[in-house]
Design a protein around this ligand. Structure first.
Ligand SMILES: [Mg+2]
Length: 121
């Protein structure tokens, strides 16, 4: 079991990801923006991994990861991107993204990737 933060502006994606991760035994907190994620992570030190959407109004997922790493965070981050945003991934990895999946994605594969990432503590 791990504490996972889901950051996505699309409520359908939040629901899909949260349901799958909860059924895998994880505790899930969901927020709808990068700014809200920073607020949450400023007060929560028990979050093990974040699933972060790239394209959100305001701060993008890459902006969020850059801000986290600038603050010294080693939080594991799995990024979700649309296929058309794949070239943004180079910036994402430079910013400190650990893994990524392109949408539409398989919830089962997402849960498996999360398990794999969490096993490398
Ligand atoms: Mg989005």
């Amino acid at each position: 079991m791990a504490n996972i933060l889901v950051v996505d502006d699309d409520p359908d994606i939040v629901e899909l990801v949260s349901l799958k991760l909860r059924s895998s035994g994880h505790e899930v907190t969901a927020v709808g923006s990068g700014e809200a994620a920073l607020d949450t992570l400023a007060t929560r030190t028990d979050v093990d991994l974040a699933v972060v959407d790239h394209m959100m109004p305001g701060m993008t997922g890459v902006d969020l990861v850059r801000a986290l790493r600038a603050g010294g965070s080693t939080l594991k981050v799995l990024m979700l991107t649309a296929r058309s945003q794949e070239r943004d991934l180079e910036n994402g990895f430079t910013a400190g993204v650990d893994d990524y999946m392109t949408k539409p994605f398989s919830p089962r594969e997402l849960a498996a990737r999360v398990t794999s990432m969490l096993s490398r503590r």
